[in-house]
Design a binder for this molecule. Sequence first.
Ligand SMILES: C[S@@+](CC[C@H](N)C(=O)[O-])C[C@H]1O[C@@H](n2cnc3c(N)ncnc32)[C@H](O)[C@@H]1O
Length: 222
Amino acid sequence: MKRKTHTFVGVFEWGTALLGQLKWLHKVSRITRRLYPGLGTMLSAAAAERNKDPILSVLRDIVNTERPLQALEISSGTGQHVIHFAQALRNITWQPSEYDRQSLASIEAYRAHYQLHNVKPAIHLDASQPHQYWGGIQPESLDLVLNINMIHISPLSCTEGLFKGTGALLKPQGLLLTYGPYAVNGRITPQSNVDFDYSLRQSKGKQPSFSQLTGFTQQQAS
Ligand SMILES: C[S@@+](CC[C@H](N)C(=O)[O-])C[C@H]1O[C@@H](n2cnc3c(N)ncnc32)[C@H](O)[C@@H]1O
């Protein structure tokens, strides 16, 4: 009985000490963020880790890897992709962008960590807005626009804005590359994507998910 009491007191003291440490860390983090608002955490998304190499392989196949090129990434997320591509394709100057403020801070944290000369500071970009609000990027100045996993997850106005804005900002021979789960001729495969599409429809209400977007993207491309 006595031993049990000691164990309880020991755990209690240890817990109090840990709580004190956590409170202190939280306070330091709050003060640091107030002093340096741009300072964020390098967030990590498992999906981005998984798909960054397959996407890089497509980029190597379709993009000139010797000539200097200008690229804009729309919805850069954590910043993992842009850093990975910039390390591998040094001839491309990358402009990352994001809608979400926490993600913007993460991209900046990656930039600060990797110090790559070919990655510009991230800009705030809402794809549903006209390109005139996209951080002052000049019309017909881009060789490449990259957009990964945004179309199916965001309102349709973002996809419309993505195509309209990109059409204005790309050079005549420029390229828009999108990556995501799309239906091909109205068919979604495999079953995991059928389930994903269903769950997106539930969460987005009447908002179309990726099956309807196929028709939309084909229309825009033709
Ligand atoms: C599934 S995440 C993909 C992020 C990143 N491209 C990746 O693959 O890891 C979807 C992204 O779309 C962005 N997004 C949502 N609404 C947006 C908007 N209106 N304009 C631009 N990006 C938007 C989110 O902030 C988020 O980063």
